[in-house]
Ligand binder design. Structure first.
Ligand SMILES: Cc1cc2nc3c(=O)[nH]c(=O)nc-3n(C[C@H](O)[C@H](O)[C@H](O)COP(=O)(O)OP(=O)(O)OC[C@H]3O[C@@H](n4cnc5c(N)ncnc54)[C@H](O)[C@@H]3O)c2cc1C
Length: 466
């Protein structure tokens, strides 16, 4: 079995950093190239404009990260990241006609700024002696031919000079703007097929300092309801992160974009199905202005179905992006890095096609979840149910589960396991307790909660201040 002698990682974001750490354990040396200065990671970087927006790491991704970097979640908590159990004491969720009861469950999300997350995993990267950074350089193409990829061409930002970095294993992790398809075509290789499902979502985020006495308020998640046709899609998330800060993201689709100005942001929050986020924001101190973002479509490129030369792999957003509302991109990148590590251990450089297939597999559940949910909204662009096998059945099953989830805890637990990428839908939903609960439908003795299930102490935060 041949291990990489020199591995090259294109793009040093979340996926690229994890790929480099994995490769450093198997290769003689690793080089990471990024258009940014990767040392400037305590502030949002130009190369990841989405980094300023709310980022959660779902528990399936946190476990994958912990598997790759033992001790990393404790390190994150020690730096102020919040562990938020769901459906649980630390999150209040409203969806489809009411609020979920706040019961403790096995799943969680980690709330912290994207820069804290990146800086913390980069600490591990810096501990690897065989990794070299090439900062402030654009990757402009691959080198080699249709039989063998031999490296990449890069252009230094300061001098505009181009040079080649040779490598016998290349990972493209340049994110959503990756040009890997074109680079392959330039070498005489076919481009991958692309699937796109675009919910046409617009995002606006603003940070706030939580008011005194409110640091223990739960995260608030108000989800868009596809069953309601009387209003355009809108959702909101208030997430506690490090240093007593709340990051608040509002999202909406065509005809209902959240405004990126002070007053419009608050008005949009007030017009969500429940005004809870707006009520809390009136008590908090804004930190900077709201900033907007046209969020990504769900887009996947089937590199896994191409006959690629050995030693080339595409991972992270470069292979598959998701509607960020579901918060799955980081988790899929972490699971893909686990797949990279396992594939290298099994077959070295020559296993790259198997690795690419395993990376596609790592994104499959998240892809199915995001696209089938998004296609329930009329504004979404993409192949409709009649063109997609089994979609209608899945949507009906999801609707049935959603209706019963508020009053049947086994369903809520299963939904959280699937949502956090901790279990596949097949394992989580096709269990007797879940199927029986779904067949019985909503428990008539348990009504959806009309108001947020706050504790007395949490309610006092609102009344004391208003
Ligand atoms: C608004 C928004 C909110 C999101 N929220 C969540 C969330 O809550 N939870 C979650 O799990 N995911 C979320 N995501 C998705 C998550 O941000 C991505 O899945 C994640 O960033 C993917 O990491 P990556 O390393 O593949 O790409 P990136 O993080 O985009 O990194 C790509 C890197 O490549 C570099 N680069 C790009 N092109 C070149 C080039 N030609 N030459 C050199 N360097 C290059 C960039 O500088 C960057 O460092 C969100 C995304 C958006 C847009």
């Amino acid at each position: 079995m041949r291990m990489p002698r020199h591995a090259l990682v294109l793009g040093g974001g979340f996926a690229g950093t994890l790929a480099a750490i994995v490769l450093a354990q198997r290769s003689h040396s690793v080089t990471i190239v990024d258009r940014d200065r990767l040392s400037d990671n305590d502030a949002p970087r130009k190369g990841i404009p989405h980094g300023r927006h709310t980022h959660v790491l779902v528990s399936g991704g946190a476990r994958a990260l912990e598997e790759l970097l033992p001790g990393i979640t404790d390190r994150l908590y020690s730096l102020g990241a919040q562990r938020i159990g769901i459906p649980g004491r630390y999150m209040a969720t409203a969806a489809g006609g009411g609020w979920f009861p706040r019961q403790d469950g096995k799943q969680f999300i980690i709330g912290c700024s994207r820069s804290l997350l990146e800086a913390t995993i980069r600490e591990r990267l810096l501990a690897c002696q065989n990794i070299t950074y090439v900062n402030s350089a654009d990757v402009v193409g691959l080198t080699g031919d249709s039989v063998r990829i031999t490296g990449a061409r890069i252009r230094e930002r300061a001098t505009r000079e181009e040079r080649i970095i040779e490598a016998d294993f290349v990972v493209d992790s340049t994110g959503r703007s990756s040009s890997a398809s074109q680079w392959l075509v330039d070498l005489g290789l076919p481009a991958p097929q692309q699937e796109v499902v675009d919910p046409q979502i617009f995002y606006v985020t603003r940070r706030y300092r939580a008011p005194d006495g409110a640091h223990s308020m739960p995260a608030i998640n108000i989800m868009a309801d596809p069953a309601r046709t009387d209003r355009v899609r809108g959702s909101g998330l208030l997430l506690p992160i490090e240093d007593g800060i709340w990051t608040v993201t509002l999202s909406g689709t065509v005809g209902g974009h959240p405004p990126a100005d002070d007053a419009g942001f608050l008005d949009f929050a007030a017009e969500l199905p429940y005004p809870t986020i707006a009520e809390l924001l009136k008590l908090a101190e804004p930190l900077g202005s709201p900033f907007g973002f046209k969020a990504d479509a769900n887009r996947r490129l089937h590199f896994d179905k191409l006959p690629l030369p050995p030693g080339f792999v595409v991972m992270g957003d470069a292979a598959c992006t998701f509607n960020p509302v579901y918060g799955h991109g980081l988790a899929v990148a972490a699971r893909s890095a686990v797949a990279l590590r396992a594939g290298l251990a099994r077959g070295g450089v020559d296993a790259s096609q198997d690795i690419q297939r395993a990376i596609a597999q790592a994104s499959q559940d998240a892809w199915m979840m995001a696209t089938s949910q998004d296609l329930r909204f009329p504004q979404t662009l993409g192949p409709r149910p009649e063109q997609r096998d089994g979609l209608r059945f899945r949507q009906r099953f999801q609707e049935r589960l959603a209706r019963a989830a508020m009053s049947r805890h086994p369903i809520a637990e299963a939904q959280m396991a699937v949502f956090t990428l901790s279990a596949s839908p097949v394992t989580a939903f096709l269990r007797p307790s879940v199927l029986i609960s779904a067949l019985r439908g909503p428990d008539p003795n348990v009504q959806p909660l009309p108001d947020p299930p706050f504790t007395q102490q949490e309610r006092e935060v609102l009344t004391r201040r208003s």
